[in-house]
Design a protein. Structure first.
Length: 96
């Protein structure tokens, strides 16, 4: 029996929820990478006088890919430009 191949459906916006259990976090082979990413995000938040435990990172896919690839490539990347564009989501119940 042949498996039917479904074509992707275009979505204007997709939200990924990242939810790991504690055991997965403790089994990290490279804890320094976790610490690095946490430090970068904390620095960005601190520069913008923000304190939070929930983050929603949005924008164009290309920009998000560039952001992640930069984190992977360059451990000294410390000058991120953050624009507060949250007003475009004010009527979106996913971001309340």
């Amino acid at each position: 029996m042949q498996q039917e191949i479904m074509k992707p459906v275009h979505q204007d916006k997709v939200v990924f929820i990242i939810d790991t259990n504690r055991n997965q976090e403790e089994k990290s082979i490279y804890p320094q990478s976790y610490e690095y990413v946490e430090a970068v995000l904390n620095r960005v938040l601190r520069k913008n006088n923000i304190s939070t435990e929930k983050l929603f990172i949005g924008g164009k896919k290309e920009n998000f890919v560039r952001f992640l690839s930069t984190l992977i490539e360059n451990y000294n990347y410390d000058d991120l430009l953050i624009n507060d564009g949250t007003d475009i989501y004010k009527d979106d119940t996913d971001f309340e």
